[in-house]
Write a new protein. Sequence first.
Lengths: 243, 108
Amino acid sequence: MSGTLFELSVSLWRGGQEGRYENYHVPRRASQTVLDVVTFVQRHLDPTLSYRFACRVGVCGSCAMTVNGRPRWTCRTHVSKVADSGRLEIGPLANLPVIKDLTTDMEQFFVKWQRAKGAFVPSQTRRDAIAQIRPDTPARVAADAAIECINCGVCYAGCDTVRWNSAYLGPAALTRAWTLINDERDAGNAARLQAISASGGCHACHSHQSCQELCPQALNPTAAIAGLKKRTTAAYLKGEIKP
Amino acid sequence: MNVRLYVWQRATAAVMAPLVLGHIALIFYATRQGLTAADILARTQGSIVWAAYYGVFVAAASIHAAIGVRNVLGEWSPLTERRAGMFALLFGLILAALGARAVAAVVL
């Protein structure tokens, strides 16, 4: 890594739900990520700073924060991409309770995955032959919707509907449900369709498409939710689900 | 909003779309032909077709708007879902009553 290019002016959220932004000066370096900046502050300026990360390579989904007003995965966000003026404001993810500093409580995010019946329900046992799924069938292609989701919470933090409606399951949980609905091996669709068609389910989505724009994995939760709306409407009209 | 309200809101929107276009066409026709109130009433009074046209329009608009108001209140006001539903129901009933009164005034 090359030496210091210049100094970044960094504002970091300090405290819990009630707190304030505090300013730090961090040396600017080549190929520096936002996570590098936060790590520098903790290791060299204030060891009491709390934040969450694990893999540092965009796999674990634990380092998402609000960077200059937008939720981002900080380990794969280069400073050069978001801080042209040399200023960074880094806060915790929105729409989630703040535990301390840059760390949020993700419990409601994962509870909603369970409410959306985001767990795979096997239709066969280990003694059955492995299911043969052709990769080019429409259902298998649709099931790709959430396979690359890393549960980072960026879509949840950027969703207007989550902000307005605390019961809304959110883009990640609904996209997971859409993947399972299209999984030929899954046997949980009756309960899943019922769960996601209730109040706070897929019909609460306004299709603002923030999730699609912000998803670091370039997934399209809005399209998955549109698919859920279509599928649940058909099931309701056939009398298969009752709200 | 659950799937039942979603279906009702979309279905009433689908019903209203052609009715709105017909209503706008009617306004253009009435103004360009210079129809007086007496001319219009002569055409509408006793007409089952106009009563059905605007009766369906009023019913669809009342249901559609009430569901929309329920959603707005649920997201933007501190009301609980139940209270927002009750307020929206009242709003829909008022719309339906006012609309029915207007339809009755031109067809009876």
